[in-house]
Design a protein. Sequence first.
Length: 226
Amino acid sequence: MATNQYSSFRSSTAFPATMLAHLAAAALITLMLVWLLHFRGGLSFKSDDKAKYFNLHPLLMVIGFILISGEAIMAYKTVPATKKRQKQFHMILQMIALVAGILGIYVVFNYHTHSGIMHMYTLHSWLGIATISLFALHWLFSFFTFWYPGAQQSTKARLAPWHGVVGSIIFLMSILSAETGLIEKFIFLGLTRNQEALILNFTGVFIILFAVYVCFTVALSRYNQG
């Protein structure tokens, strides 16, 4: 059964977009690791090593939050399994993304506290908090709407389109948050035309490409279903 579903997906118009999304994700992971490990000195789970500790924030927010939530969005349409299994993959991946996002927010707040830096004074921080808050509320609401045993099928059917629209908006908000974060870091570091600047710029480009391919995957999957 799974083999037939996979063959059907491979022949669909969404397959190229999904593969491009995975390639963009792989490139993004590579760029992030090169930037954080080579140019920024690595990672540390100890808050007294401030610079390396802060590096956990972009790692968790980009690789943990954005990439996994994007994969979760595609999983609901592309995983070669039954609809129930697709929903399970979708929910679990979104939960992992939420945990990564919460940890990423905790890291940056902890870093600011130990460094004596003011909290919540930039557009990036406003967008970030709004995004993670909406993501958490959306996940909880969706869990009780679509997975709670007592939920009625008519309610699920009525709310399903809104679930997709709101989820897409939150995903795009996460992309905006990441892009403003990269710009903010670029300015704080005083980068110009050097290798680190190129790495950061290409990271921003591949974040956008990943989001575009995720959107194409969802749109083309719906077209196939129609």
